[in-house]
Write a protein that binds this ligand. Structure first.
Ligand code: MSP
Length: 639
């Protein structure tokens, strides 16, 4: 049976558009999850939304919406973003779902019955933004929240409390006995120091608002949002439900990892383990708390106008460069600074130059000297061969250690030392000189074989990180699927191969000044980014005329690679339509299709060619799929 692996992100507050910082955790977990799949684990990846609490109640009131409508909209926006980032999650839990609420209700009642939760009075300060309680001494001057600097409110109300004090010593012992329970070690030290100061029982209910899970036995109280939120990690597996199979399989399985940002460490390293201890649930998870992406002028914030969002970066540069950047530039412990200069430098130096050129040179030389065909050499010819082979082996081993330790940035850094080493091998063996001597054919074949084998290893290790580029690399090198697996990571696995005739650059080099400028403008242009649902009225919709059209002719646009020009019969006439779908369809594939056309769009010239309408198509990442009909005829109305 395969070993199991269960990984979770924090569940996100529906507080607006997610930026590259929030997205980082989700990309990181996706990468680790894909790595575990590559290693043959039976994996489960959970993410979701934290949809209760005072802040959501307040914000939705301000927007004249019900809290449920508000969170429904933001949950769907978040899912769209994860699709854009190609996040392969297995479940998306929302704390407003009945499957979750009933678990929280039961957990609370059980702890109450056991006397791990008791009724008392709370007097202290509450930060609505962080949904966290503080004592007066913990606050910054002016009663400001010590975490986010916002104003706190003095709360005096009847409240239930969780007995943290009862479990304090047991938790300290657990941390001591399990050295890698909290990583990195600096975060563990912070937690231990905090507990040693002495815990106080935690207020776990509120009576001043209603948007939350009601305490079953005393419904004027709603459960504190963190107790509610933390329970998602097991409610999503069916804990205390009719079907606990997933819970048994993954929670009680081989590995469970919670990945969180440094700001929510305390909740996961103290409250959550104590809840589990009180519930008598095995404490078998590991916690990794990463640092933050910040800007040169400090934290990303809407008011500063320095927030970076993933969508426009993906739109302009593609997904792989963003994933690469995010995963590589945040150190294992500590924060990382996002700068446009560094973003472009990483694409140009690491991806286009070091990696991209290596692929290009390898394929071009293989074609030039051997018509694209290579075979496994029978021996080593140069001292550099063994050095490169050892380096490949060593890279796989370091990569494995780092990835197992969740240190993805270190794994990538190390992988790039193999990219450099392979580039250096070209300079050491000088294939262009070997090519001049007919008696050195075998040596030359061996050199190119070494390059391909190194790239094949790099491609396999890149699979969880660069999703498109790793596929593209295998396509260009023409590597069969059984040699793209973790099990095939052994030098010399290829017997014979034929690479494609002409390499296409996987990462084109960018114009430094132009692109840095573009990103700077993009960041500063987003000053007041608030997302709100935009509604179209039926009158808006009625303005557009949709009809069925049959494509009679189609050709490439003379001046633009991405455009196709179609002649379409829409019954009233044959109209010419320019569409940006050349990346997904050849002109021949379009001919004969019956598609849906927006007929009354104002005609425009696109790169010098008249376009009298638009073809409807769906888009998934870079691919378009035109919407086709079967039994309808040209001119039929679509509404
Ligand atoms: N809802 C809680 C988590 C509950 S988990 C049971 C929450 N949500 S959040 O939306 O505010 O934050 C989600 C995650 O995003 C946190 O891990 C936080 O650390 C992370 N980040 C927020 N800004 C970030 C950066 N600038 N950089 C990296 N991560 C950042 O907290």
């Amino acid at each position: 049976m395969k070993p199991t692996f269960y990984i979770t992100t924090p569940i996100y507050y529906p507080s607006g558009k997610l930026h590259i910082g929030n997205s980082y955790t989700t990309v990181l977990c996706d990468t680790i999850n894909r790595y575990k799949q590559l290693r043959g684990f039976d994996t489960r990846y959970l993410t979701g939304m934290d949809e209760h609490g005072q802040k959501i109640e307040t914000v939705s009131k301000e927007q004249n919406k019900s809290p449920q409508d508000h969170v429904d909209f933001l949950a769907s926006e978040t899912k769209k973003l994860w699709d854009l980032l190609d996040i392969k999650y297995d479940d998306f839990i929302r704390t407003t779902e009945p499957r979750h609420e009933q678990v929280v209700e039961q957990i609370f009642e059980q702890l109450l019955k056991q006397d791990d939760i008791y009724l008392g009075h709370y007097e202290g300060y509450y930060c609505m933004s962080d949904e966290a309680f503080f004592t007066e001494t913990q606050l910054d001057e002016g009663n400001l929240c010590p975490d986010c600097g916002r104003k706190t409110e003095l709360v005096k109300e009847e409240s239930y409390f969780l007995r943290l004090t009862k479990y304090q010593d047991r938790l300290l012992k657990f941390i001591d006995d399990n050295p890698d329970f909290i990583r990195p070690v600096t975060r563990k030290n912070e937690v231990v120091a905090f507990i040693k100061q002495g815990l106080i029982d935690l207020s776990v209910s509120r009576t001043s608002f209603t948007w939350g899970v009601k305490v079953k036995s005393n419904p004027k109280h709603v459960v504190y949002v963190w107790i509610d939120a933390l329970s998602n990690y097991i409610s999503a597996l069916g804990y205390k439900s009719d079907n606990t199979d997933l819970y048994e399989k993954y929670w009680n399985g081989d590995e469970v990892v919670h990945v969180v940002g440094k700001d929510i460490l305390r909740f996961h390293a103290i409250y959550w383990p104590i809840m589990l201890m009180a519930l008598d649930i095995p404490l078998n998870f590991k916690l990794y708390a990463h640092g933050w992406y910040v800007m040169k002028d400090g934290k990303m914030s809407k008011s500063k106008g320095n927030v970076v969002y993933p969508d426009p970066l993906i739109e302009k540069y593609g997904l792989d460069p963003l994933r690469y950047y995010l995963l590589k530039e945040l150190p294992y412990s500590g924060d990382g600074v996002f700068t446009p200069e560094n973003f472009i430098a990483r694409i140009n130096y690491d991806l286009a130059n070091d990696f991209g050129n290596l692929v290009n040179r390898t394929i071009s030389m293989t074609n030039k000297y051997f018509d694209g065909e290579l075979h496994k050499p029978s021996q080593n010819y140069f001292e550099f061969d063994k050095i490169l082979q050892d380096k490949i082996k060593d890279t796989v081993s370091v990569y494995t250690t780092e990835m197992d330790n969740l240190a993805v940035s270190k794994a990538i850094q190390n992988l790039w030392t193999l990219v450099s080493r392979t580039n250096k091998y070209i300079d050491e063996t000088c294939p262009w000189i070997l090519a001049k001597d007919d008696s050195k054919k075998e040596e030359l074949n061996s050199v190119l074989y070494h390059l391909v084998e190194s790239l094949r290893h790099i491609g396999i290790l890149l699979k969880p990180i660069l999703l498109d580029a790793s596929k593209e690399l295998f396509t260009q090198l023409n590597i069969p699927t059984d040699l793209q697996t973790w099990e095939s990571l052994e030098f010399g696995s290829i017997e014979n191969l034929k690479v494609i005739d002409k390499p296409t650059p996987i990462f084109p080099r960018l114009d430094k000044e132009e692109e840095e400028e573009y990103i700077k403008n993009m960041i500063s242009g987003k000053k007041e980014e608030v997302i709100e649902e935009v509604f179209a009225s039926i009158e808006d919709f009625d303005k557009l005329e949709f009809v069925v059209g049959e494509i009679l002719e189609c050709k490439k646009h003379p001046n633009a690679d991405k455009l196709l020009v179609s002649k379409i019969n829409t019954k009233d006439k044959v109209r010419q339509v320019v569409s940006g779908i050349a990346g997904s369809y050849t002109p021949e594939e379009m001919i004969g299709k019956k598609v849906i056309v927006v007929k009354n769009l104002k005609p425009v010239e696109l790169r010098g060619v008249l376009s009298e309408g638009m073809i409807l198509a769906g888009k998934r990442r870079k691919n378009y799929e035109v919407i086709e009909v079967s039994s309808l005829l040209p001119g039929d109305k679509v509404s």
